[in-house]
Write a protein that binds this ligand. Sequence first.
Ligand SMILES: C[S@@+](CC[C@H](N)C(=O)[O-])C[C@H]1O[C@@H](n2cnc3c(N)ncnc32)[C@H](O)[C@@H]1O
Length: 248
Amino acid sequence: MPEEWVDWHRNYEEDPSMGARLREVQSQIRAALDRAPSGPFRVVSACAGDGRDLLGALVDHPRRDDVRALLIELSPTLVAAGRARVRSMGVTGVEFAQGDAGESNAYLGSVPANLVLLCGVFGNITDEDLRNTVDHAPELCAPGATVIWTRGRFAPDLTPTIRRWFHDAGFEELSFSTIVGSTKSVGVHRLVRPPPPFRPGTRLFTFLPEEERPSHRSGSRVSRASKRPLSRARRARRARSAKTPARP
Ligand SMILES: C[S@@+](CC[C@H](N)C(=O)[O-])C[C@H]1O[C@@H](n2cnc3c(N)ncnc32)[C@H](O)[C@@H]1O
């Protein structure tokens, strides 16, 4: 399952609304860093992909060396790509962990965090798991932490309910942005009550098989990347990889 997401990441090059969503997330990451007091700034990212949201936001940020980040991602290919980018940027405080971000133990040692990224998660899990993740989000948070999340607004649009769930879990909304020409949206919430203690051994969410994911209804995501006519560059890439003999 995880390798299908390598293909999904190619949407960033081919779908302008993905680029717009990425820019909004990056701008909100920089805003969270800008409003944080001086000193270490801890970040956890669930289902981080290749980490381009956080890494892109940090490239030229004056406080990038204050960041201590753990990016949790299941795909070894995306983890390798993310680690390569971290090395090329020369940032020392950003680490990838290859593992299951749906299990709270994955965050041990990196929480409480000042910023929690839940991007590209909520469209791929059940509504019950989504609610459960929002309910447990404060346990990952430092006082006043920011949570940045994304979700498509395909019918039936769950985002009004998600925003209410964040409110009920002790967050105030800082912003909710929609991406023009798409169903994509980006929410930003700040914890306004004292965070409860971290609870190891808690199941937050489980990714669904593709055809059962809510995002499947949007006609986007992995399936769209694989059904759209391939660009010349992607056709060449596929042809090259098809010719590469499998390793023993
Ligand atoms: C929609 S992508 C989002 C990637 C990134 N957050 C972004 O917004 O660009 C979902 C990612 O979750 C990863 N993933 C799926 N299940 C996971 C799990 N249980 N733990 C960690 N990562 C997971 C996939 O490999 C994929 O990279």
